[in-house]
Design a protein around this ligand. Structure first.
Ligand code: SF4
Length: 236
C-alpha cells in the first residue's frame, strides 16, 4: 500500500497550537506503568489515578511491598479501581512475582533490550499487549516509537493515514507503517505526539460523534472531506 502524503509533523504542530504543549507524563517507570494499567479496569483516568495513588500511599510501588501486603489492603485498593477487584489483587501479585522471578526486579534493564525483545518481555505481564508495551517503551524513553492508544489510532485512520482493517491489531500495524517515515526520532516529540493524538480523539474526534466543526484538522481529513461531499457541502 502506498504511504500517505499527509504530513504527520504538520498535524502534530496544529494539534500543539490547538491544545498547547502537553505536560510530560508523570509516570514513566516501567513497573509503575504496568501497575497503573492493572490497578483499575474500565474506569476514567481520574479514578485510575486515585487507585494508583492509594497503592502508592498504603502499600508502596515495589514488587516486594506488593507481595508482603495483606489481602484486605490490596482488595480495598482494587475496589477503588472498579469492577472485579479480586481479579485485580491477583494481577498485582502476578506482576510483582513476574518482575522478581523473570527480571530480577529490574525492568529498567529489560526495557533497554532491542525492540522485539522488550515488547515480548513486557507482554509477559497481565493487561499489556503490543500498544501498552510500546507506550511503556516510549514513556520510559527506551525506544523511539510512536505508540498509539485507541483514540490516537482512530484519529490517524479518520485523517486517512491508514484504512480500518479486520482486526484492531492489523489497523494498528497499518497506521504505524503509514507514518513510520514521518515520525521524528525524538522522545519529546514522540511522547507529545502520542498525548496530542490521544487528547484529540477523546475530546474532538470522538468515537461515535466526531466534533468536526471544532477541529483544526478538517483540511487534512479524509473522513471530513468524504462526509462533506456526501452531504453536498461543496469544496472542502
Ligand atoms: S475533521 Fe472530524 S473526523 Fe477529521 S480529525 Fe477532525 S474531528 Fe476527526
Amino acid at each position: 500500500m502506498p504511504r500517505s502524503r499527509k504530513s504527520l509533523q504538520s498535524i502534530i504542530e496544529r494539534l500543539k497550537i490547538f491544545y498547547g504543549q502537553p505536560r510530560p507524563p508523570e509516570i514513566t517507570d516501567p513497573f509503575e506503568m504496568i501497575l497503573r494499567e492493572n490497578v483499575a479496569y474500565l474506569v476514567a483516568d481520574e479514578q485510575r489515578d486515585r487507585a494508583f495513588q492509594a497503592l502508592s500511599d498504603r502499600v508502596g510501588l515495589s514488587a516486594e511491598a506488593i507481595l508482603s501486603a495483606g489481602d484486605e489492603a490490596l482488595l480495598d485498593i482494587a475496589r477503588l479501581g472498579g469492577m472485579h477487584p479480586d481479579a485485580r489483587v491477583n494481577k498485582l501479585r502476578t506482576i510483582a512475582q513476574t518482575a522478581l522471578r523473570e527480571f530480577a526486579g529490574n525492568l529498567e534493564a529489560m526495557v533497554k533490550r532491542p525492540l522485539a525483545q522488550g515488547k515480548k518481555a513486557l507482554k509477559r505481564f497481565p493487561g499489556i499487549g503490543d500498544p501498552g508495551a510500546e507506550k511503556i517503551l516510549l514513556f520510559s524513553r527506551s525506544q523511539p516509537i510512536l505508540a498509539l492508544e485507541s483514540n490516537g489510532l482512530r484519529v490517524l485512520v479518520r485523517l486517512g493515514f491508514a484504512e480500518e482493517r479486520k482486526s484492531y491489531a492489523a489497523t494498528y500495524i497499518a497506521a504505524q507503517e503509514a507514518v513510520r517515515e514521518q515520525v521524528k526520532e525524538d522522545f519529546d516529540w514522540l511522547i507529545a505526539a502520542h498525548q496530542l493524538l490521544q487528547r484529540h480523539g477523546r475530546e474532538v474526534c470522538k468515537r461515535s460523534a466526531p466534533r468536526c466543526k471544532s477541529c483544526p484538522l478538517t483540511r487534512s481529513c479524509s473522513f471530513y472531506t468524504t462526509s462533506a461531499i456526501k452531504e453536498g457541502l461543496g469544496d472542502v
